[in-house]
Design a protein around this ligand. Structure first.
Ligand code: UD1
Ligand code: CA
Length: 476
């Protein structure tokens, strides 16, 4: 039904003045994607013959942000004539001359219209057999939207923009959602008659329905019941609201797929993330970009995962991780910082106040407390004692540390890279390891301890320490 003879035109050329931003409005992200990216993703599900994005304001930036993710989209440049009518006109002119189907017009700033809604909208247009069909909604507060003015018979008569509306027209609560289906021949015929004689001096696409009606043609309206699908973003307050609605939809989708989300209001899941059944998400957790989480994992509270892969039954709490792989049944956190290239093996552990980067940590190996592990390959069954640090950077180059299977390091070991600890080796507490340690050896670099008896009473007389030492000597 939606396959043949469909062109989709996405309007993304406007400046978005009300955002007061150096970033073009349509590139502001929600759910891990620019606003217009959501529209393009949805358009991609409708199997259109042509998808065109009309650009002008910061066009290079907009094209650069989208070209890679949406290789099938064609970018059309709007000229200096302003307005949504002109935007659609340049896009229609760029369609092949023999294209003879329907044109679905969408706005780059309305990201909540999903594929099902748009499919029903196209069906409604085809059933109505109209020249044009508008998506409309009846809302509590129509401020800012174009109003749909109906005739005595209840049919659509025209659309009036807020800035051009009389008080009576402005009181109408049925709004134009800014999404339309037109026969392409209709647009070719009527757009040249659209002028700029209005409050904004722009070519309004919304003049087309009125022009059609004057010629006695049929304009249909498809009233959506869920008004949120029509919500557009014009300012940052709406950006937050639309972002929240999108997130609520994504969270709900995963809940119905079997994910436990304790607190949907503080759980943020990007559209590209994938969660398996029986995952549990605790409050204040951000699952971002293409993160995937396997069955039974428990994530949060207070955790941010960006492009991470979490294995089955892993536990990740109070953690910030980017481009990290966390193995099955591994535990991470609290207060762990996993930077790109961290790969933690199955049943491994990265514990409190540990930072890792570009580090492979083998199966069952543990980095439990207060460590930095960077540019390292750690074997299986290793235990890095509290506060073990890889000194990987000599101010010029980064060097690798290799720790083979079953190594145990003493607390506060400093591994000065490049260095290798052979299988089963150990280090003493406080060791500074500058040379390779052969398999099975104990490395110690700290001088043997010397106790100088009576030093405190002699050299620190009158201090609390000297007094305590004296009392302890008497008590003996
Ligand atoms: C538009 C509609 C209004 C409707 C509302 C729904 C018109 C004249 N008005 O108003 O009836 O209720 O959407 O959200 O169409 N754009 C271009 N080129 C331009 C101007 C805009 O491509 O010259 C793009 C913008 O980037 C944006 C979209 O068109 O993605 C809508 O433009 P915007 O200025 O936000 O129109 P609204 O005032 O919201
Ligand atoms: Ca808008």
């Amino acid at each position: 039904m939606t396959g043949n003879n469909l062109a989709i035109i996405i309007l993304a050329a406007g400046q978005g003045t009300r955002m007061r931003s150096r970033l073009p409005k349509v590139l502001h992200p929600i759910g891990g994607r620019p606003l217009v990216g959501h529209v393009l993703t949805t358009a991609g599900r409708l199997e259109a013959d042509h998808v065109e994005v009309v650009v002008r304001h910061e066009r290079d930036q907009v094209v650069a942000a989208l070209a890679e993710d949406y290789p099938d989209a064609v970018f059309i440049d709007q000229d200096e004539v302003p307005g949504t009518g002109r935007a659609v006109q340049v896009a229609v002119d760029a369609l092949p001359a023999d294209f003879d189907g329907d044109v679905l017009v969408l706005s780059g700033d309305c990201p909540l219209a999903d594929a099902d809604t748009l499919r029903s909208f196209l069906d409604a247009h085809r059933e109505a057999d109209a020249e044009a069909t508008l998506m409309t909604a009846v809302v509590d507060d129509p401020t800012g939207y174009g109003r749909v003015i109906r005739d005595a018979g209840g049919g659509v008569d025209r659309v009036v923009e807020q800035k051009d509306a009389t008080a009576e027209e402005a009181s109408v609560s049925e709004i134009n959602a800014g999404m339309y289906v037109f026969r392409v021949a209709t647009l070719r015929k009527y757009l040249p008659s659209v002028g700029v004689d209005n409050a904004q001096g722009e070519m309004y696409l919304t003049d087309v329905p009125g022009l059609l009606r004057r010629d006695g043609s049929r304009v249909a309206a498809s009233v959506v019941s869920d008004v949120t699908v029509t919500y557009g973003v014009n300012d940052r307050a709406q950006l937050a609201e639309v972002g929240r609605l999108l997130n609520r939809r994504i969270v709900r989708r995963w809940q119905l797929e079997g994910v436990t989300v304790i607190d949907p209001a503080t759980t943020w899941i990007d559209d590209d993330a994938t969660l398996a059944p029986d995952v549990t998400i605790l409050p204040n957790t951000h699952i971002l970009r293409a993160t995937t989480i396997a069955e039974g994992a428990i994530i949060g509270p207070d955790t941010t995962l960006v492009d991470c892969e979490v294995g089955e039954d892993a536990i990740v709490r109070r953690t910030d991780a980017t481009l990290a792989v966390i193995g099955a049944e591994a535990t991470v956190g609290p207060f762990s910082f996993l930077r790109p290239g961290t790969v933690l093996g199955a049943r491994g552990k990265i514990g409190a106040y540990v930072e890792t980067k570009n580090a492979e940590i083998g199966e069952g190996s543990k980095v439990p407390h207060l460590s930095y592990v960077g540019d390292a390959t750690i074997g299986r069954g290793v235990n890095l004692g509290a506060s073990t640090i890889t000194a990987n950077y000599d101010d010029v180059n980064k060097h690798r540390t290799i720790v083979e299977d079953e190594v145990h390091t003493g607390s506060h070991t400093t591994l000065v890279a490049p260095v290798r600890l052979g299988a089963g080796a150990k280090t003493g507490a406080g060791a500074v390891v500058r040379k390779d340690v052969p398999a099975g050896s104990l490395a110690m670099s700290v001088a043997p301890q010397r106790n100088i008896e009576g030093w405190v009473e002699k050299n620190r007389a009158g201090t609390g320490a000297a007094d305590a030492a004296a009392r302890s000597r008497v008590a003996e």
